[in-house]
Design a protein around this ligand. Structure first.
Ligand code: HOZ
Length: 435
């Protein structure tokens, strides 16, 4: 048997993958799902509840990717399911304004006071590309600064040295992006203020915005160094560039008010997604009034979407954000304690097994990098032994633990994970790290 083959019966998933490959490139609608970075066949999900996924063959897994972040309350969380059902009875879409939009906006603003005004869109990609457009219009400048390994969706100008699937497959950017567009993006090392200072010196008066993941999730999890976020704020303010804090992944995750609250950031614009939609497709961009009021119909920056503020998505988002707001005092401490026990428990097993590993964790998101570390930027993350990670991933999957299928994606813990899941995960890791 090859090292990629599993002893677990996933024959139904395998057949479904073969069928999917007839219709979708790689059999998937988003590249990392194809498991190419870790090997083995991806299980097809039949259903999920709480912290557990069940595949098409009836195998059960503890879920540590949580739909890539949104499922912070666990799968099929009853208030979210009921809200979606209620909304669906009134029709799935109108393409006109509804009361739920302002209700959700009011709650989002209570958690994120920096969003003086906002706009709902349908994905994180839409949110970040619209924020960049606003920044360019507001400054009348063309260039943007991003950081290596940060992923801000798949708009042309944001794929330069991006994280997530771009890092997973080791490609510098994407074919099909005109050089003229890629040249407007400067990709600098994360956690390096001097590099940003130098870029502003070279391109004085040309940089419209600096966009970043305040805690990187798409190169694996990387925390901001002490003083880094404050430094970026000061530099961008001094140079007349906007600071865009991309909280698609960290929003409502690393605190109720995301990284803005946790690190006391004062952004010009913020982008959100994932949790704010409760598992349905929602993105948000928002920030200072003087920028947001440049948007059509008030101003000259055009942005639109038939499904923006979709009633089902608003209902799921409202149920999720309301629950987080009303139970923040219990949910976030539970997430912190569960994630700490689980991530550190697995890292302790690696130490016992003599496996070189660096654990990075911020709240309920984290990554075990298969490298002695430290990991403070993408170049250091890229020193990880990705083949070793793949072996660990497959061995964990065979023991009923589904981790994100790439060394360069963060793992997430939900409020539905508890002591039993933590214990089972550490036990699985004890064996998997020796496999
Ligand atoms: N880029 C996403 C995670 N960072 C992957 C989304 C997906 O494959 O569903």
């Amino acid at each position: 048997m090859s090292r990629l083959e599993s002893t677990v019966d996933r024959s139904r998933s395998k057949a479904l993958q073969e069928r999917a490959e007839r219709y979708f490139p790689g059999g998937v609608n988003s590249p990392v799902r194809a498991f190419r970075a870790v090997g083995g066949a991806p299980p097809f999900v039949a259903r999920a509840e709480g912290a557990w996924l069940t595949d098409a063959d009836g195998n059960r897994y503890i879920d540590y990717f949580g739909s890539w972040g949104p499922m912070i309350l666990g799968h099929a969380f009853a208030p979210v399911v009921e809200a979606i059902e209620r909304a669906a009875r009134n029709s799935a879409s109108f393409g006109a304004s509804t009361v739920a939009e302002a209700e959700l906006a009011e709650r989002v603003q209570a958690c994120y006071p920096a969003l003086e005004k906002m706009r709902f869109v349908s994905s994180g990609t839409e949110a970040t590309m619209s924020a960049i457009r606003l920044a360019r219009a507001a400054t009348n400048r063309k260039m943007i600064v991003k950081f290596e390994g940060c992923y801000h969706g798949h708009a042309d100008g944001l794929l330069v040295k991006a994280g997530s699937g771009v890092a997973t497959f080791g490609i510098p950017g994407s074919a099909g992006v005109p050089e003229e567009i890629a040249q407007l993006t400067l990709a600098l090392p994360y956690n390096d203020l001097e590099a940003v200072e130098a870029a502003f010196a070279v391109h004085r008066g040309a940089i419209a915005a600096v966009i970043l993941e305040p805690v990187v999730g798409n190169a694996g999890c990387i925390a901001p160094a002490e003083g880094y976020l404050e430094g970026l704020r000061a530099l961008t303010a001094r140079e007349g560039a906007l600071l865009i804090v991309d909280e698609v992944m960290t929003g409502f995750r690393v605190a109720l008010g995301g990284a803005c609250e946790r690190y006391k950031i004062e952004p010009d614009l913020v982008t959100l997604g994932k949790i704010v939609g409760g598992g349905l497709p929602v993105g948000v961009f928002g920030g200072k009034l003087r920028f947001m009021d440049l948007l059509a119909p008030l101003g000259p920056v055009y942005q639109a979407g038939t499904l923006s503020g979709n009633p089902l998505a608003m209902a799921a988002g409202l149920a999720t954000v309301s629950h987080l707001q009303e139970h923040a005092g219990t949910v976030y401490p539970h997430l912190e304690a569960t994630a700490k026990a689980m991530f550190e428990g697995v890292a302790a097993e690696a130490a016992k097994a003599g496996v070189a590993m660096t654990l990075n964790r911020v709240g309920s998101m984290g990554t075990w990098f298969f490298t002695p570390g430290p990991v403070r930027n993408y170049a250091e993350a890229a020193t990880s032994d990705t083949e070793r990670f793949g072996r660990f991933h497959r061995a964990m999957l065979d023991r009923g633990v589904w981790l994100p299928p790439s060394q360069f994606e963060a793992a997430f813990v939900s409020a539905a994970h508890g002591e039993a899941e933590v214990r089972a995960t550490i036990e699985a890791a004890r064996e998997a790290l020796r496999a």
